[in-house]
Design a protein around this ligand. Structure first.
Ligand code: SF4
Length: 349
């Protein structure tokens, strides 16, 4: 059986199942293009449960495209603090400005126009176009690739762009319009999150697709999807310094580009420095430490890099102008310090 024909059999069982089993989620209650857009960007790399409070807070502060296009950068970063991948938030604001200037404040309906907006790729464009506008556009991510390659019994490597393109085209060929498109996109996502799960055995006995699913019928769910392993993450060692002076702590801004660009951080050095290295760093910076003590270690995992950090706390005789100095309360409430430094933020008095 051709892929297209096989896929045409799963559409209505999936939609009926979804209507009965969908979980109540805040963006499902009122799926405006703005709501779907914000939720889909937040959900990239982040679990649904973790996103919900961020989503509510974000919409309370920035209820529409206009408010997002005008938000102060520091406020935006504060709203995003803890979600990670801060370029997603910067792209949201850039795209909001594009929507205001090029589309009169309304998100465009066509996936091809949505894709021209900052930070919106094929997946997000497909999600907004189908869920909000009922366009016959699939939204293909890792969850969808897993479900569909299992249904089709397709052994193509889902890490390859060619596989994603092929699956997108096969789905687009059978995609319905209107309400069915709205439901189908969410149905595949929901199935991939609740039954055809990424880690652990799929729950085929409860799945509406089991009679059509090659992987289940042939008992090869453990062999699909085919996925080449990712390269091992690079490990970077860092030494983080909590410099304090009369109740204030030193923070500084990261470079304009690269990892965690333009966010605030605590002063830090490459490598795992010992107390002698730290003392010589102070000397080079012209800082006089009154005391230095180790405060422990932390690991933070990014997509391609792991930071293995150790920290020292140092009381300084004077504030130096190279850093900005604030109280612990001010740092916690006014600045977006990346989650990577959470361990050290907790050490502030
Ligand atoms: S039958 Fe099993 S393997 Fe097939 S889509 Fe459903 S949960 Fe996944």
């Amino acid at each position: 059986m051709q892929y297209t024909e096989k896929l045409s059999f799963i559409i209505y069982p999936l939609i009926s199942w979804y209507q009965e089993h969908k979980r109540p989620l805040p963006w499902r209650d009122d799926p405006t293009p703005y709501h779907v857009w914000i939720s889909e960007i937040m959900l990239q790399q982040t679990r649904i449960e973790a996103v919900i409070p961020y989503y509510h807070r974000f919409l309370t502060e920035l209820p529409d495209v206009k408010a997002l296009s005008k938000v102060d950068d520091d406020k935006l970063m504060k709203l995003w603090e803890g979600l990670g991948y801060y370029s997603r938030a910067r792209n949201l604001k850039k795209a909001a400005i594009q929507i205001m200037t090029e589309h009169g404040g309304d998100l465009p309906e066509e996936a091809s126009d949505l894709r021209k907006l900052s930070g919106i790729g094929d997946y997000t464009a497909g999600a907004i176009a189908s869920i909000s506008f009922g366009k016959p556009e699939p939204a293909v991510d890792g969850n969808v690739l897993r479900v569909i390659t299992r249904v089709l019994g397709c052994f193509d490597d889902i890490m390859l762009p060619a596989t994603k393109k092929m699956i997108s085209e096969e789905l687009r060929a059978v995609y319905p319009k209107g309400e069915d498109a709205k439901n189908l996109t969410q149905a595949i996502m929901e199935l991939g999150e609740s039954l055809c799960i990424p880690n652990g055995e799929p729950k085929c006995e409860a799945c509406p697709l089991r009679k059509h699913c090659t992987a289940s019928l042939e008992d090869i769910t453990d062999k699909l999807p085919v996925k080449t392993p990712k390269k091992a993450r690079k490990i970077e060692k860092r030494t983080v310094l909590l410099l304090s002076c009369r109740g204030k702590y030193a923070i500084c801004k990261r470079p304009e580009t690269g990892l965690l660009a333009k966010l605030w951080e605590y002063p830090n050095l490459d490598g795992h420095a010992d107390e002698e290295d730290v003392a010589s760093w102070f000397h080079r910076k012209g800082i006089t430490p009154i005391s230095i003590r180790p405060i422990g270690e932390a690991v933070h995992i990014f997509t391609h890099i792991e930071w293995h950090m150790q920290g020292f706390a140092a009381e300084c005789a004077e504030e130096t102008s190279e850093f900005s100095w604030y109280t612990a309360e001010e740092i916690r409430t006014q600045f977006a310090i990346p989650t990577a430094f959470r361990f050290f933020t907790k050490q502030l008095e």
